[in-house]
Unconditional design. Structure first.
Length: 78
C-alpha cells in the first residue's frame, strides 16, 4: 500500500506508460510512411507522390527499419 502513496513511484509509472504509448504511436506513423513509400506503385500513388522511385525505396526502407526499432523499443520496455 505504501508504494501507491509514493508520488515518485506514481510519476515513474505514468512516464513509462506515456513513453510506451508514444513509442507505439510513432512506430505506427513511421511504418505507415514506409508502407506508403514502398507501396506507392501498387497503391497507384506514384503519380501523386512526385518523387523519384529510388528515393522512395531508400526512404521507405529507412522508415521501415526505424519504425521496426521504435516498435521493438515499445514492446521490450519494462
Amino acid at each position: 500500500m505504501e508504494e501507491y502513496n509514493n508520488p515518485r513511484e506514481k510519476s515513474e509509472r505514468s512516464y513509462r506508460l506515456f513513453k510506451r504509448v508514444y513509442d507505439f504511436s510513432m512506430a505506427t506513423l513511421i511504418l505507415g510512411c514506409a508502407v506508403l513509400m514502398l507501396g506507392a506503385k501498387w497503391l497507384k500513388l506514384d503519380q501523386i507522390l512526385n518523387v523519384d522511385a529510388e528515393f522512395r525505396t531508400i526512404f521507405g526502407v529507412m522508415c521501415l527499419l526505424y519504425g521496426g526499432f521504435r516498435l521493438y523499443r515499445g514492446v521490450s520496455s519494462n
